[in-house]
Design a protein. Sequence first.
Length: 448
Amino acid sequence: MRVVIIGASHAGISAAKQLKGVDPSIEVVLIERTHSLAYLASTLHLVLAERLDDLKEGHQTSINELITLGIHVMLDTQVVEIEAKTHQLRFSSLEGSSETLTYDKLILAMGSTQPNIPIELEAGEITTYKSYKEATQALKEFEQVDQVAIIGAGLIGLELADALKEKKEVVLIDRMNDVLFRYFDVELTQMIKRHLTKQTRMYLGETIQTIVQDTQTGTQEIVLTGQTIQTQAIVYAVNPRPSIELVKDFLEITSDGTIRTDAYLRTSEPDIYAIGDLISLPFKNTQETSYIPLLSNAITTGLVAAQNIAFDNQLICPSVQRTVVSSFFDLHVASTGITQEEAPYYGISSFAYTKTFSPKSYLAKTDSPFVTLKLVYTKETNQLIGGQLLTNSSHYIEWIDLISLAINQETTISELAVMDFYFQPLFNEPIHPISQVALDILATQQHT
């Protein structure tokens, strides 16, 4: 059997490796239009912050590793047409030659790209850095400027602002009224913004009217609703959109612009699978799918598609909790599941409880650690549906995985209160803070 994978994204690499791992007899062909394999866009943040030396360290695999596994890798190769009925695709190389390749199963893993900028430009320039090539150019640009304006105050924008803050004057702009939209409720975003405002300027709830190049000063003017900002560089740091141009005319596309798939990740053409940033996934505790372009989801969907091709569709793609972790401005933040603010949009009546701890641990590297923990749960059944965490010590950030697992298992607050967590005085306290919050919730309910 020949399986062709279009796109050496993280999802595509995951599928290719898994196919060869479970059945070495499968012929796996991996086609990538660039010369880059599975590049981490956040590598630029680490290089700017001098935590990594070179952008090349952002590649998560090498062509030699894939060849050793028996994967046929075709770089600098563009698929220009897919004929689903005949199981053929046509591709072209850099030299311009055009060839045809047949497949038994096809996996679409083209990933995502930055969306078109919905801003009127008057000779202005916008920087993006999702690909290795774009990041290389962005790094050169940042070396030549002292002022940077970042459009987007989500995880991407805040991480970039943190990486630039020591050497550049940074401005954050977002059309939403708060930072980290979708991931955190207002109690935690207020705490985050107090840290941000010490080292950067923020313009929230602002709509950009136009961007104008000032030819005399070499700067760019960002015209907002009621004011103008001058800067030397502008970065577009918003969530990407699926790259569906190749298939949008013959596959079913959902209303959010992703490729429609079934529970096994098959598209409307049953021998074509779609994975990674191309698809929406079932969002736990809702009746809806959601576009959640995270690397963890890319890898998982790659594994699921590979397993289903190798073993005739036995593995259902799981629902996800939208679990994220990030670090910026001396804070570590994490979120999973549904926030209290968005619960009504899914028809869920919820309560929430927030508490700040000063946990004791001999291994915590921070002198005065704190953890702010918020749990979101349903009114009717006390089922845990969301959690948020904010801390100044990375020692506690992995608690979010425990909360994610509890949400996945539909754990109630009562069950969480007496969960079997370990105790070892070198690491923690007798009652785990997650259980303590659950106990506090139960105590509150007894008095209402």
